[in-house]
Design a binder for this molecule. Structure first.
Ligand SMILES: C[S@@+](CC[C@H](N)C(=O)[O-])C[C@H]1O[C@@H](n2cnc3c(N)ncnc32)[C@H](O)[C@@H]1O
Length: 280
């Protein structure tokens, strides 16, 4: 079978299994098997594939048809300008989270050497992307998951940031080290009850600990706000990702902890996604 026929067949399998990105996913998975980029797959549609390649590809398509996310199948996800290693121990970085990086870069230029804390660092995508853009910054990422921190460390090494970043395995509540100019966080914020209504790709594969915000969705965010309040320097900034219906409750919590609300930013779907505040 040639590339085009193989893609068509695979995409039909994925469509029957309700995968909306059937063609895209088939092309991406085949390019992974061929160790080429997607444009190669598109431009060489008549190339005949050998048995081993078809076997490996069909295996990936089978797993994808069961809902396993492409990012876990190929072990990477592009986020901001970089390619991050990911596996089932970390949340797959989301495009909406890039809003936090855009806002950080708007506020701070290259000149200052700032200390950054990333609470719930996961794959390290937020902290690492900011440090890549701002060569004088250094940072600490914390996470309750040891397995996630292995991934974050690996990504920091891939991006040659070992000398500017450190990761600590800690619960938010139990971390007391340092004072920071900037705190970033994308904590778990889905209501426990709502987890089962997420796409099966998410609910069956991504780590619950990265998603579960307790019965009201606010338990981890509340801990993060309390911790940020004690670890951020006076006039330091706190840039927080939130669930799109949590704005009012979170603004209140921030104000109670003496944060001045600078800005609430919407994501690419025009939903409230990020709050920028300053400690006063
Ligand atoms: C939504 S994920 C964000 C991951 C990454 N920062 C991103 O934006 O893709 C939340 C992360 O917080 C971590 N986490 C959950 N509860 C925590 C806690 N109590 N203390 C520290 N980290 C926690 C999870 O392990 C997970 O990696």
């Amino acid at each position: 079978m040639n590339i085009q026929e193989t893609i068509n067949k695979a995409a039909n399998v994925l469509k029957k299994n309700n995968i909306v990105t059937a063609y895209l996913d088939s092309e991406l998975l085949l390019s992974e098997v061929l160790k080429k980029d997607r444009s190669y797959v598109i431009l060489n549609s008549k190339e005949i594939l050998d048995k081993k390649c078809l076997y490996d590809f069909n295996n990936l398509i089978y797993r994808r048809s069961k809902g396993e996310p492409c990012a876990y199948l190929v072990n990477y996800k592009e986020f901001w300008k970089y390619k991050y290693f990911v596996n089932k121990d970390v949340l797959i970085p989301r495009p909406d989270t890039e809003v936090l990086i855009e806002e950080t870069l708007k506020i701070y230029d290259e000149k200052k050497g700032l200390k950054v804390l990333d609470i719930g660092t996961g794959s390290g995508c937020l902290l690492i992307s900011v440090l890549k853009e701002r060569k004088n910054f250094s940072g600490i990422g914390i996470d309750i998951s040891k397995k996630a921190l292995k991934v974050a460390n690996f990504n920091a090494k891939l991006q040659q940031l070992n000398n500017r970043v450190k990761f600590y395995n800690s619960d938010i509540d139990k971390f007391f080290i340092g004072k920071y100019d900037l705190i970033l966080s994308n904590p778990p914020y889905i209501k426990n009850f709502d987890l089962k209504y997420l796409d099966r790709d998410i609910v069956n594969y991504e780590p619950k600990i990265a998603l579960d915000g307790g019965s009201d969705g606010l338990s981890e965010i509340t801990k993060v706000i309390n911790k940020a309040s004690s670890l951020v320097k006076k006039n330091g900034k706190f840039i927080l990702e939130i669930g799109c219906y949590q704005k009012n409750e979170i603004v209140k919590k921030l104000k109670d902890k003496n944060f001045y609300i600078n800005k609430i930013v919407k994501d690419y779907a025009k939903k409230d996604r990020c709050i920028i505040s300053t400690k006063i």
